[in-house]
Design a protein around this ligand. Sequence first.
Ligand code: DP6
Length: 412
Amino acid sequence: MPMFIETCTAPTNIAVIKYWGKDEARGLNTPINSSASVTLDQDDLCAMTSIAASSDFVADRLWLNGKEEDTAGNGTHAKRLRKCLAEMRGLARDRVDASGAVVCTATELASYKVHVVSRNTFPTAAGLASSAAGYACLVHTLAKLYNVEEAYEGQLSTIARQGSGSACRSLYGGFVKWVKGRKPDATDSMAVCVADQAHWPELRAVILVINAGKKETPSTEGMQTSVETSPLLAFRAESVVEPRLAAMEAAYRARDFEAFGKLTMQDSNQFHATCLDTYPPIFYLNDVSRQAIRLCHAFNEHKGRILAAYTFDAGPNAVIYCEAKDRDELLAFMLHFFPPPRSGVESYTNKPALLKAAAAMPLEPALLAKGNELRTPAAGDVKMIYCTAVGDGPRTLGADEALLDAATGFPL
Ligand code: DP6
C-alpha cells in the first residue's frame, strides 16, 4: 500500500510586539492587534515533525514528544489539529515524482489518514513558544505532503494561525509581522516577512529558562480573561500597538538596537501590565524574572546605552535580545549572577563552549557592583541558559531524518 512521508523542522519565534487577545467575533483565531516577532535559529530551538499518509492507516494519530495525544476529542489541541488538517486537505494537489508523473491524486491523498510525530528540542509550554514552532511545522510539513502551493503569499500562515496564533509568524525567518487583517473570513490575518534573517545577522538572544514546567495559565485562556476584563488591554490594542509597531519596524530596518531594544522592553512590560490588569490578575513574571529585568537595566545603565533588551511571554522565562558584539559580556554578567549548578555548564546550556568562555571573562568592577546591589549570585533560580540568534523559516529534511518508520508508518 502506498505511503508518503515528509519531515521538516520549524523555528520558534519570540514576539517583540505582543499578541494578546482574540477578536472573538470572527471566531477564526484572529487577534485584536497586529504583532511582530523575531524568528530564532532552529539549529538551537525547533520543532521537528514527520507526517506519513497511507491508505493503511485507520485514524489520524499524533505523537507529541514521545507520547500519543488524543486527536478525536474536544481538547483544544485535538480541535486545532483537526482544523489545520482539514484546511490543508482542502488545498491538496496531486503528488508527482521527479519526472512530473502523478504518483497519487489529490483526492486519494486527502482521503488517507495521517500519522504525525512531532518533538521539540526545548521545554514544551514553558513560555518558549513551543506551540508556535509546533503548528508552523505541522502546516509546513502538510504542505510538502499534499504538494500545496499557496494561492496567495501568506495563505499557509492563515492556516498555522488557526493552530496557534503565534505559529503564523514561525513560517518565516527574520523579522515577521502578523497583520491582524480586516476581512470577515480572516484570509488576510496573516504573517508577513518584513526583513529576512540576512538583514540583521548580528542579532542574538540569551534565554534564561527560569521555569521549564507547564505554565500556570495557558495563553489561550489567559488572553480570553484579559479581553473580557482588562480596560488597559483594550486601550493598548486601540491606541498603543499600531504606532509602536511602525516604530519597531523602522528600528529593525535601520538595525537600530537602541530603539528596537527599548520598544521591546516597553512592549513586554505593557503586556504584563495587562495581565495584572486582568481580573482576577494573571502573574507570569516571578521574583527571578524581575531580578533579570533589573540586571538588564543595570547592564544598560552601566554601558550608558541599551545593549540588552528583555522580553517575557506567558511565563517567567527571560529572552534577552542583544547584538553579537555585546553577547559575551552580557552572558558573563548573567552567568555571574545565575551560576550553573555544581555539575557544571554541560547540562546548563546548549552552548557549553560559549558559557565556559563567558565564565572566564572578567567583569568590569563598576558593573559588578551595580549587579551586587540587585542580587547575590546563587545557582538554582535559572535552570538553563540557551544562546541563539535570529534564524530562517521552516526547512524540509531528507527521508533519512524521518521520525517515522518508512515500512510501518509508526514512530521510530
Ligand atoms: C504571550 O499563540 O500561544 O506569546 O493563539 O491561543 O494559541 P493561541 O495563543 P498563543 O499566544 C502567544 C502569546 C504570547 C505573545 C506572542 O507570541 O505574541
